[in-house]
Each structure stands twice: as C-alpha cells, then as structure tokens.
Ligand binder design. Structure first.
Ligand SMILES: Cc1cc2nc3c(=O)[nH]c(=O)nc-3n(C[C@H](O)[C@H](O)[C@H](O)COP(=O)(O)OP(=O)(O)OC[C@H]3O[C@@H](n4cnc5c(N)ncnc54)[C@H](O)[C@@H]3O)c2cc1C
Length: 423
C-alpha cells in the first residue's frame, strides 16, 4: 500500500476534522489523534442557563464558498442563520458610545467624511483619513498587515479609533498582527484598481453578498463539529481522543505515551512550544432583564483601547444578535471578551455590560467564564520549513472562513488512490 494512502492527522480542531473528512472521501485511510478528551478545539459549546451556546467561535465570515459548501454537504444548509441587521456600536476612548460607521470593512471607513465616521473619530481624524483619496494607489499597496495599510493610508487615529476595536473584537489580535490578504482577501487588488483605500472598501462591500458579513447555525456553530464527527465515524476514520502527539517526522507521529503511529503526517495542531500565544477569556452572563430586548447597542459593542471603566474589549448581545437564542429563552444573554491579564468574574462582566449598554444590569441568573489560549500565525519564513504538511490557524491565519478552505486545499493536494467515496 503506498504510504500516501495512510494519513495520520494530529489535532481534532475544525482544521483536522475537515481535512480528515476530505481525505477519507478521497480514499485515504485516516487516523486522527487529538490531545484533549473532546473534538472541535475552539469550536465547542457550553450550557448557560440551560441553553447550549457556542463557547468559542460563534459565526463564520461570509466570504468565499468553502464554509457554505461544507455546511451543505453536512446537511446543515437549512439551518444557516444570519445575525440581526442592526449595527454594532463603538465604545470610544472618552467613554461615549456611537454606532459603528455603516460603510466599512474591518472598521476601515468607505466614506471617511460621512457623518457617522466624524461622530466616531472626530473631524480632524476624518480629514486625515480623507487624504487617502489623494495618495497614489501604490502607497502601502505592499503592506503585510491591516495595521500598516490603514496607518499609512488613513492615519493613526482611524487605526486606533475604528479599526483596532473591530479587529481586536473580531480577531483577538492587533491590526499589526493581522495579515491583510487573509483578513480581507481582494482588498489589496481593489486598492490598486480603485486608487484609494476608501474606494477599495466600498467596492469590496458592493461585491460582498447582500446582508450580514457573518453567518452561523441555528442551535450554534458547534453543530458543525457534531456533523463532521458523525461523518468521520460513518466513513470509518479512526478517531482517538486523549492522545497527545509529541514528535512527528515524514513517516509518522510519536505520542506522549511513546506509541509510534505510522503514516503520512498532516499537522492540524502546532507542536512548536514557542509559537506565539494569545490568551483570551470569554464571559457569558444570562440576566433577567427584559428591558434589554430593545437592543440598546444593536448586536453588541466594540471597545476602543483606553476606554475608562471597562476591562472588556467587546460585548456581544447574543439575544439581540441571534433570533434563535431569543426564541429559546426569556432571559437576555451577554457575552464579553477580555484580553490577557484581566481577572474575569461574572460580576466584572455584569459591571462592564452596564457601562457598555448604558443600562442597569441585574445580577446574572447564570454565567460561564471560559479561558482560551490561541497560537498566533507563524511567520511565512517558518512555513513548511521541515517539509511537513500543516493546516490550522497557526498556518492559515485565524477564522473559520480562512481555516476551512486552507485545510481543504492542503488535504486535496495529498495523493490518494483513485476511487474516492461518494460524499
Ligand atoms: C473565543 C473565540 C471566539 C472565536 N470566534 C470566532 C468567530 O466568531 N468566527 C471565526 O471564524 N473564528 C472565531 N474564532 C477562531 C476560530 O475558532 C479558530 O480560528 C478555529 O476554530 C481554529 O481551528 P484549528 O483547527 O486550526 O485549531 P484548534 O481549534 O485550536 O484545534 C487544534 C486542536 O489540536 C489539538 N492539539 C493541540 N496540540 C496537540 C498535540 N500535541 N497532539 C494532538 N492534538 C493536539 C487541540 O487540543 C485542538 O483540539 C474564535 C476563537 C475563540 C477562541
């Protein structure tokens, strides 16, 4: 049997699961090794006040076709849901709150002198952003990160006041750490074609599907994991949880227990202990506060750095954002995200929610605090330096709309026998 037909996948997050499914359908024999006792990695659920909610990722970016195609093949397409169309808000560094500018991408304004931009960052910063129109399209067109692009074209105030809160709230990294092409595919090309960043944002917005920029599943995005795992089971993938891999080479993996598992290795978990790590804490509180049903800050609030009296960097008003949650409970659900170094308690989350929503919030009926440790994306020079095949967010960049197509591309490039199964 040729070696390529047997593949050992290390890591049972969404990248490993998606790759395993593609490879078994292509006719490979798969063994998947997962360190923890459960599959799904950062895509998982927890129960708060009796409702099963996403504990990690809760939505995917609506760009590209990879995630919807996967959901179709998992028979979940009928359960795709979109968030409420009310805008999110920005909690500014001076403590006041404004709706996020309507025409924007990752917080980058498409119309720098629009009133909602001026309200958010002030006239001086908006005028500086407008200078983007006068710069040649080539300026910053080779920027690696979102931060570099925005700083050079629109100025630091737009970066700090609009882009950083959105990027930190959505991607859990600073704009300088966010790879431009992965976070906003097509934006660089549009800048070169349109001649300004604002025009590029507008053209990307116009070419995006109508409606929201993200989507999820009724019942939570974690249902994707259950469906993937059921398929792996059906197609005969050997899935082993509680098996940590400590070493890999071209022909196999060695587990912490000293077992050698042979086959071509696909790494869906970074083994390098020195990969950069970000710690994020997510607190979800369920409160009996029907008066919040009018969604005082739309679907949630992103927090500018330096905002006084608020430790959270983002608040999602889950019951205002997702209709299926509101339909499941008379309670209001709020989810707050925190950066490393904050001692997060349900009481801190309640107080932050009060500051961010501008309303009195009663003591939570129930709550959950989850700590996440995420590896950052390795730099390009490190990629595949040892010839190993790798998938997962340390390789592709964060977010399901990036992780999933990347994992599929790498899996599909692995040679396999000709008679794949029918999907
Ligand atoms: C709080 C939070 C909110 C998020 N929100 C969103 C969102 O709304 N939208 C979005 O698109 N993305 C979101 N993300 C990011 C998204 O969840 C991730 O990009 C994606 O799930 C990463 O998948 P992965 O398979 O690459 O990695 P992971 O999910 O981290 O999976 C890696 C797996 O490998 C296992 N593993 C590690 N080391 C070993 C080893 N040595 N041996 C065996 N197994 C090992 C781990 O236990 C884990 O199960 C969010 C992330 C977090 C934490």
């Amino acid at each position: 049997m040729p070696a390529a037909e047997r593949v050992v996948i290390v890591g049972g997050g969404v990248a490993g699961l998606v790759a395993a499914r593609a490879l078994v359908l292509a006719g490979c024999e798969i063994e998947l090794l997962e360190k923890s006792e459960r599959l799904g990695g950062q895509l998982t659920s927890h129960s708060v006040a009796g409702i099963e909610l996403d504990a990690g990722a809760e939505a995917y970016a609506v760009r590209g076709d990879a995630v919807p195609t996967l959901l179709r093949s998992l028979h979940l397409a009928d359960d795709i849901v979109h968030p409420a169309s009310t805008p999110a808000w920005l909690h500014r560094a001076d403590g006041s709150a404004v709706p996020l500018p309507a025409t924007s991408l990752l917080g980058i304004p498409g119309v720098p002198l629009a009133q909602d931009v001026i309200d958010a960052i002030g006239m001086g910063a908006a005028l500086r952003a407008q200078l983007d129109n006068l710069l040649p399209g080539l300026v910053a067109s080779k920027a690696q990160s979102v931060g570099e692009l925005v700083r050079r074209r629109m100025g630091q105030a737009v970066l700090d006041g609009l882009v950083a809160p959105v990027v930190r709230g959505v991607h859990s990294v600073s704009p300088d750490e966010l790879d431009l092409d992965r976070a906003a595919p097509g934006l660089r090309g549009a800048l070169l074609r349109q001649g300004s960043l604002a025009a590029a944002v507008r053209s990307r917005r116009e070419s995006a599907p109508a409606g929201a920029a993200v989507a999820s599943l009724r019942g939570g995005l974690h249902r994707m994991v259950s469906a993937l795992v059921a398929d792996l089971d059906r197609f005969g993938v050997r899935v082993r949880t509680g098996v940590e891999v400590t070493e890999v080479d071209a022909d196999g993996a060695r587990t912490a227990a000293g077992e050698r598992v042979t086959g071509e290795v696909l790494l869906a978990a970074p083994l390098r202990a020195d990969a950069p790590r970000t710690r994020v804490t997510v607190a979800t509180i369920a409160v009996d506060a029907p008066e919040l049903a009018d969604a005082p800050r739309g679907t949630g609030v992103l927090v500018a750095a330096g905002a006084p009296d608020v430790a959270a960097r983002a608040l999602t008003h889950l019951t205002a954002k997702w209709e299926w949650i509101a339909e499941s409970t008379p309670l209001q659900f709020l989810r707050l995200s925190y950066d490393e170094g904050v001692e997060v308690t349900p009481e801190l989350a309640r107080r932050d929610a009060e500051a961010l929503l501008g309303r009195r919030i009663p003591a939570p009926v129930d709550s959950a605090v989850v700590h996440w440790e995420r590896v950052g994306r390795r730099v390009d020079a490190e990629h595949a330096i040892d010839g190993m095949r790798r998938v997962g967010e340390a390789e592709s960049g964060t977010g399901l709309a990036t992780v999933i197509p990347y994992a599929l591309d790498v899996a599909n490039a692995i040679p396999s026998d000709a008679d794949g199964r029918q999907d």
